[in-house]
Design a protein. Structure first.
Length: 251
């Protein structure tokens, strides 16, 4: 099964701790705006449905989400956002893919380059690492029903479209095709299983081990990228032993 979600789990715990911060709200709203451009109806737009669900889970006010959808449809003013990807390498040669939503390419590119340079990384050319990642639907379950064991839950998830899963820190993460994330989320809820998070993510196809000082520098680089206002998503193809990861996070 999948074994390459260390950074996803770090970010998930961080989001749970920081979800009231204004910059988290702003990123979620930008995600809704861009997702709603092609189709403002969450029922027929799985990307928008996932963005709205994630914003709702983070307690973003409903009015804010509705305004974002209207703005995307041209019913409200505001700067036009553009999706831009940046690709590069971190300490240990780790491949990093950054997805941004920006109204100023030059500003964002300069900020991203500065963060890479500061932490011993380097920006690469377009296409240099993107091929190492793929889109997947992700549905997380934190607290399954007390009378349901893991095997039963996994079988139910498979019935509703899950194609892979992994368990870490008492959280079960189910993976599916991006177009099936709403189906899996709703199917689990209909079975009485509370869903903590449902979204469409980027995942590395394979991973590279990193340890020691390189691991600490890499996590600092990824964290600073994730904190940058224009950046929506940061993924990297690294793996860190659990015991070392605990030391790095704690230190």
């Amino acid at each position: 099964m999948a074994g390459h979600s260390k950074w996803a789990n770090i970010k998930y715990r961080k989001e749970r701790q920081d979800k009231k911060r204004s910059n988290v709200f702003a990123k979620l709203i930008r995600e809704i705006m861009v997702a709603a451009r092609d189709d403002p109806n969450p029922d027929t737009n799985p990307t928008l449905a996932a963005a709205v669900d994630k914003a709702r889970e983070a307690n973003v006010p409903k009015d804010n989400m509705e305004r974002a959808i209207k703005r995307a449809a041209g019913e409200d003013g505001g700067a036009q956002l553009e999706e831009v990807f940046y690709e590069g390498y971190g300490p240990g040669g780790i491949a990093i893919l950054v997805r941004s939503l920006t109204d100023n390419r030059n500003r964002t590119a300069a900020a991203v380059r500065h963060i890479f340079d500061t932490h011993g990384g380097s920006l690469g050319t377009e296409g240099c690492v993107a091929w190492q990642f793929e889109r997947r639907g992700s549905v997380r379950v934190e607290e399954p029903p007390a009378d349901m064991d893991r095997d039963e839950l996994v079988l139910l998830a498979i019935e509703h479209g899950a194609v892979d899963f992994e368990e870490q820190d008492e959280v079960l993460a189910f993976y599916t095709e991006p177009t099936d994330v709403a189906r899996l989320r709703d199917g689990l809820r209909e079975e009485g299983i509370p869903v903590a998070q449902a979204e469409i993510i980027l995942e590395p196809k394979t991973t590279v081990q990193v340890a020691g000082r390189e691991a600490a520098r890499l996590l600092k680089l990824l964290n600073d990228l994730d904190e940058q206002d224009d950046i929506q998503e940061v993924v990297a193809n690294f793996d860190i032993p659990d015991e070392l990861l605990a030391q790095v996070e704690g230190g």
